[in-house]
Design a protein around this ligand. Structure first.
Ligand code: MLT
Length: 328
């Protein structure tokens, strides 16, 4: 008996009288019966895309249907996120959102066309991702302390890459800049995949990015990392100091990536998707790849829809005052 049929059987057994609470739409009973579209609201090759593709393959095997990644860019990921909020709630369109699209964007877009807490069904957290402060390899400062002095002395001459207003790379560096009282020129990209290419070719000066996007270019010596904004160093980048060690203890932030479905997607479908994510996170090869790129894999207690709903709520509460101050 499939997982979903077990859920249905259990729920039916638990429903003495067939009530609305027990009614499961017919389409949920055999879900999925066709390909699922997983929207990534940034360009291919960036951290959100890499994390999505890392789990999608294993999820597809669990669900028995293809998962088609659709990269849809714009406005720091909020354009695609708003579109998925309005998509049919049938389980065949989901989005990989993150700390930007489903938290930090709320204070930055007064007329945001969705609300992360009201317009989505949280499905599952995929990964927590440390944030690095990165620079082009020939940028003069050699350390974070030198970067702070240099950026303050040259704030009108330097530029910072990001993936659009409200993206993780935008809001994390907005916070960094506010701590340093600097206001560089922002250079937006459709994702930090293309932004990283610009950093590697020296077209932009610095960027705050998710570690999963930075490990390969750092290892290749194409960019330099001043610090990781986490409590402890990353095991995959043991030579990169924490912001505390590097003299900026106040900057302690991280990103996360998670899957969301449109509001009112039937609970058994959400449960089926959640179980597919959790199976992927327990898969040896998926774990190895996520850990190789420096991300942190949520434990069982962090993987449920309710845990993700709590994370979204707490992150909106955390980032709203930070960005109301930083964006002044
Ligand atoms: C972000 O800056 O929000 C993401 O890292 C962008 C991306 O995943 O490309």
């Amino acid at each position: 008996m499939s997982f979903l049929r077990r859920v249905l059987a259990a729920s039916a057994a638990g429903c003495v009288v067939l009530s609305a609470a027990c009614f499961v739409p017919v389409q949920a009973q055999d879900y999925p019966t066709r390909a699922i579209t997983m929207v990534v609201p940034f360009a291919a090759g960036g951290p959100t895309d890499v994390i999505a593709r890392t789990v999608a393959g294993r999820m597809s095997r669990t669900l028995g249907q293809p998962i088609v990644i659709e990269n849809a860019v714009g406005a720091g990921g909020t354009t695609a996120t708003a579109r998925v909020a309005r998509a049919p709630n049938d389980g065949y369109t989901v989005i990989v959102g993150h700390m930007g699209t489903h938290a930090a964007a709320v204070p930055l877009y007064p007329n945001l066309a969705y609300h992360p807490e009201h317009d989505f069904e949280p499905v599952a957290l995929i990964a927590t991702v440390p944030i690095l402060i990165l620079a082009r390899k020939d940028f003069p400062p050699r350390t974070l302390a030198e970067f702070i002095d240099y950026a303050r002395a040259n704030t009108d001459q330097i530029n910072m890459a990001h993936a659009g207003v409200g993206s993780v790379s935008h809001v994390t560096c907005l916070l960094l800049n506010s701590f340093l009282s600097i206001n560089p020129t922002g250079v937006p990209f459709s994702g930090t995949g293309p932004a990283m290419k610009a950093l590697e070719s020296g077209k932009v000066d610095y960027m705050c990015d998710q570690i999963v996007n930075a490990v390969p270019p750092i290892a290749a010596g194409n960019v330099k990392a001043y610090a990781v904004a986490s409590r402890a160093r990353s095991p995959v980048l043991p030579d990169v100091p924490t912001t505390r060690e590097a003299g900026l203890p106040a900057l302690k932030i991280q990103a996360w990536n998670a899957i969301f479905a449109p509001k009112d997607t039937p609970a058994p479908i959400v449960a089926r998707l959640n179980e597919a994510v959790s199976s992927a996170l327990d898969d040896r090869d998926v774990r190895a790849e996520l850990l190789r790129l420096g991300s942190l894999i949520p434990g069982p207690a962090e993987r449920g829809p309710k845990a993700l709903a709590g994370l979204v709520k707490s992150e909106i509460a955390r980032w709203t005052p930070l960005l109301q101050t930083a964006a002044k």
